[in-house]
Ligand binder design. Sequence first.
Ligand code: CO
Length: 179
Amino acid sequence: MVREIITYPNPILRKKSKDVEVFDENLHTLLNDMNDTMMSAGGVGLAAIQVGIDLNVLIINIPIDNEGELDDGMQKPENLIEAINPVITHKDGELVFNEGCLSVPGFHAEVKRAEHVIVEYYNRDGEKQTMEAEDFLAVAWQHEMEHLSGHVFIEHLSFLKRKKFEKEWKRELKEKGKK
Ligand code: CO
């Protein structure tokens, strides 16, 4: 079931998420709904807090082809990552990536991230997993993890870019409100 995506500047997005303690049917429903929501919105990642649930749960599905190379095409169900209580255990390198976010629809900005990460998390059945990620996938992990700690990618903008963004965003919200 598609759930409503919470958008900036809703204060719910600033909430720090808590660890999942029970891997039950409710968690599975949340994961299924998050995938429906992400796919219908055309996103590549979603954190539970973006649908108003303050649990350390995130999903990622980036479009890659059979060789594991980035691909503009379809997101494949088999590439879906479901991560419960994720922790980044290692970061290195640096890259700048043009990011977007389903909670800040229509806005993109360049953000500096680690180029390579190692993450530990649990799958939906409570089994521990380890994953190494580079480039776009590493960026997606860092972006979604940030949501779990109550942050949004626009916080990386420089002072002036942030001011410009806030001004434009307010104007857009006002226009949407008029409709
Ligand atoms: Co986001």
